[in-house]
Design a protein around this ligand. Structure first.
Ligand code: SF4
Ligand code: SF4
Length: 201
């Protein structure tokens, strides 16, 4: 006896087709009527980029490398985000801050080169969770389409926020997230467990 996994199976009919069925006209008209009915239904697509969908405030889109209030880059090139990234999408090169560069880089070490390969990225947000400096955040921006693969490798020119176009990430910095990050010993990819948090404090 054949094993039945679901009750969705249908018995295939092998009955002889009638003359009308052999003409395929009923099937053609049925198909045309379905096609035409879609003309009067609300379209499932939108005319992007002129029209944009409303995104959730915590949508995980294109990253931003934040500056502090004085405009200095927050990233200290510690590499935690790259280690946390499951897609190995992040690479960076560190450099030492020179005298007189305090207004450019917040800490003594900074990322001279910082790249994210957007074709590898799965927008999981683990880089954001791992960052101890509140330097990298995902935003509600959509990564642009490109024709060449190398154009999807975003460098600091596309990632570091511009002073004239600051990006508000306060919605991603909920009190719970900030509290979670304060706790030493909690791994970036551990599931949030309120009890564990209390134990550690
Ligand atoms: S969002 Fe996830 S996959 Fe993308 S760079 Fe960050 S850690 Fe890697
Ligand atoms: S973005 Fe954050 S985690 Fe990544 S290197 Fe910079 S400071 Fe470290």
């Amino acid at each position: 006896m054949a094993l039945q996994l679901t009750n969705r199976s249908k018995v295939v009919s092998n009955k002889e087709q009638s003359a009308m069925e052999k003409l395929y006209l009923p099937a053609v008209f049925k198909g045309m009527s379905i096609t035409l009915s879609h003309l009067f239904k609300k379209s499932a697509t939108i005319r992007y980029p002129e029209q944009k969908r409303i995104m959730a405030p915590v949508y995980r889109g294109q990253h931003v490398l934040k500056r502090d209030d004085n405009g200095a880059e927050r990233c200290t090139s510690c590499g935690m985000c790259a280690v946390a990234c499951p897609a190995e999408a992040i690479t960076m090169e560190s450099a030492e801050r020179k005298k007189g560069e305090e207004h450019l880089y917040r800490e003594e070490k900074y990322a001279a080169k910082y790249e994210i390969n957007m074709l590898r990225c799965v927008f999981c947000g683990l880089c954001e969770e791992a960052c101890p400096k509140e330097a990298i955040f995902l935003t509600d921006r959509i990564v642009d389409t490109e024709f060449e693969r190398e154009d999807f490798i975003y460098g600091k020119d596309k990632l570091v926020e511009k002073m004239t176009e600051r990006i508000d990430v306060t919605k991603r910095q909920t009190p719970e997230v900030l509290e979670f990050k304060k706790t030493p010993g909690l791994k970036h990819n551990e599931l949030f467990d309120g009890k564990k948090l209390k134990e550690k404090h």
